[in-house]
Design a protein around this ligand. Sequence first.
Ligand code: PBG
Length: 337
Amino acid sequence: MSSPLTGQFPTYRPRRLRQSRALRSLVAETRLSVEQLVLPLFVRPGRKLRRAIEAMPGVFQLSPDELVREATQIHGLGVPAVLLFGLPASKDAKASGAHARNGIVQETVRLLKKELPGLLVITDVCLCEYMSHGHCGVVRRGKSGPRILNDPTLKLLARTAVSHAEAGADIVAPSDMMDGRVRAIRAALDQSGFTETPIMSYAVKFASAFYGPFREAAESAPQFGDRRSYQMDASNATEALREVSLDIQEGADIVMVKPALAYLDILYRVKTEFGYPTAAYAVSAEYSMIKAAAARGWIDERAITMESLLAMRRAGADILITYAARDVACWLKESPA
Ligand code: PBG
């Protein structure tokens, strides 16, 4: 058999398969579907609270009751999962709120699993929202300035993950980027009897300006310095593969690349190299940039959002974590992509 590429078929015309929507859809290599979406949600103590996040139009800090309402709606649209971030009533230097039995995330998980047992609840496991200094780990202030301590942080992360599992979390998602945290969390979960609770690790998390609006949303901006001593350098791609390899060896079930759109090369390499279930996190600024330009009428919000998510799927993402999940679910109902 000759290949069209050898020139044996001079009549081969790719355009033939592009002449109608139905035809294009028939031969589409990649699709978006609502089953792939995860919506991040921010919860804070209170009742009937919907506090707008200025830099992320359409995203709110919600009290648990409002969050359940929101989750019910998006679950009704077919979105299978939410990713929970907590804003505690108070912060300290030990991140006590992160692993408290009655912490804001733990209470909300219990409520969600009671009201919506079919909804997958993923919890972000990190300390920055709970630390008075806003860093993702334990800080020691020394002569040469403050340092983030890796190993003492692991204990707190493991305790946090177990407390989420005890509350009923379906998946725990460590986002701190300390070395060895997947192993520590896996061991702690297993010891506590949660051998079946999967870990979705933020395996590749770059130190990124694309997290800017999130830090307003989660009130988690570092009070000094930055996160470059633990998050990855944007220059590095093979290091990203090493990070993924380590997390898989330590027991990660799903690996994540974050941010998404500016790191599609990484996503592609992670998926092809390891073949693991892979998530892409379209982070806060990816959302805000589209919203801001769309508000001025400069771009088509729907088309750009769908095209961006399709690019992540093409690059290898199985799971799409996006603040636009609700809009996307509605758009997909109107016309499939
Ligand atoms: C917590 C965390 C961050 C994000 C997810 N988990 C912020 C950070 O690392 O500073 C960013 C998500 C987003 O920008 O949407 N460590």
